[in-house]
Write a protein that binds this ligand. Structure first.
Ligand SMILES: [Zn+2]
Length: 374
């Protein structure tokens, strides 16, 4: 905790920029109390964490905090609070909202009197508690803003391959239909925006990472801009490379004696795996719904229409569900939509069979529009 009451019942906010001598003097001369249970608090000044308050023993109050207070959490909370203060906003640190028994890291009121609960999240949180907490805030007309701690593998800006846990993925925000995740790293005092996520496989994505220093942040928070054609070109180049490596690995594995249905299908379609047509294995929004690399299910689709003699332009509704079941892919409506969009794009590219060739430029235009149109 960083907020406490003095004996005079005044709110006191700890600030790690206070000189050590001042902190020690404060600890010696004053007593501090929990704003909630009114019990006296420990004033901790150490080398492991920034100065903070804590209860003498495990307290019921701790339940109202989003998580155990790690150094990262304390630091991030303090820095975000200082940001809002610098922006002259009405910010309350660790304010307890009695009606819903929730205590956001920062409760914010903007110039239009709209309320926001800012939560700097350093530990994982289940989908259920996230929904429960958000429901609580909305009941009080408070908009929750979750800012996860920047994952440790993300340290620079630019278009890159990243790994994102399911926990961080659930903090995806949507603005003008452009999904992105706004994270904060208190060690370098920077926001890391993770946008334009393109699913690869597992927890791997391609993404554009942008950084903004806490001193340059604004409120409402900065929103990332759509990617430019040049940036998208970079995306596709990396994607092509990842796809190539992925297929190469499968071919190598099969030589060591693994029976791979993917390779068998390619063989029957007379496709050279190391120079697949551009349109087999293309990135699509929502590909994560299918849980496998694009080249896997897209090749399966071509094999499916080849064996069933169904024309690609007839791949709609129930037929797609039939395909999903046949290919052992998730039979969800969102997975169906992704397959349906793929078939639509193929139609736009006038692709009917797996042995056609298309211009890379045409594919680029179609995909760029697909990623911008969301
Ligand atoms: Zn307490």
């Amino acid at each position: 905790m960083l907020a406490a009451y003095t004996e005079q019942n005044e709110l006191f906010i700890l600030n790690s920029s206070m000189p050590l001598a001042t902190l020690h003097l404060l600890r010696k001369s004053k007593k501090f109390y929990c704003p909630l249970c009114k019990q006296q608090l420990l004033f901790k000044i150490g080398s492991l964490k920034i100065p903070h308050f804590s209860h003498f023993s495990k307290s019921h109050c701790d339940d109202f905090f989003s998580e155990r207070e790690s150094e990262t959490h304390l630091k991030g909370k303090e820095q975000l609070y200082n940001l809002f203060k610098a922006l002259n906003l009405d910010a309350k640190l660790e304010a307890y909202i009695t009606t819903i028994q929730q205590r956001p890291d920062i409760l914010l009121k903007d110039d239009d009197n709209s309320m926001f609960a800012i939560e700097f999240q350093c530990s994982s949180i289940s989908k259920e508690s996230l929904i429960r907490r958000n429901t609580g805030y909305r009941e009080e007309n408070i908009s929750p803003v979750w800012i996860p701690n920047t994952p440790t593998n993300i340290t620079r800006s630019g278009i890159q391959k990243i790994s994102l846990s399911k926990n961080v993925q659930q903090f995806t925000l949507c603005s003008k239909h452009l999904p992105y995740i706004m994270t904060y790293n208190p060690t370098v005092r920077q926001f890391f925006y993770i946008s334009n996520l393109i699913f690869l496989q597992g927890n791997s994505f391609l993404s554009k990472v942008q950084t903004i220093s806490v001193t340059h942040q604004q409120f409402p928070f900065y929103i990332p801009k759509p990617i430019t054609p040049n940036e998208f070109k970079q995306f596709l180049l990396i994607y092509k490379q990842v796809k190539h490596n992925y297929v190469q690995k499968r071919v190598l594995l099969s030589r060591s004696g693994v029976n791979d249905i993917f390779l068998r299908r390619a063989y029957e379609l007379r496709l050279n795996l190391l120079s697949l047509p551009y349109y087999i294995g293309i990135p699509l929004i929502g590909n994560e719904e299918l849980q496998v690399f694009s080249v896997d299910w897209q090749l399966a689709l071509f094999y499916f229409v080849y064996t069933t003699k169904i024309e690609l332009r007839h791949m709609k509704g129930q037929t797609i569900y039939y395909f999903l079941r046949w290919a052992k892919l998730p039979e969800t409506s969102r997975a169906k939509d992704v397959v349906s969009e793929y078939c639509r794009l193929l139609e736009e590219l006038s692709v009917q069979h797996s042995y056609q060739s298309i211009h890379e430029k045409k594919l680029f235009d179609v995909l760029y529009n697909h990623f911008l149109a969301i």
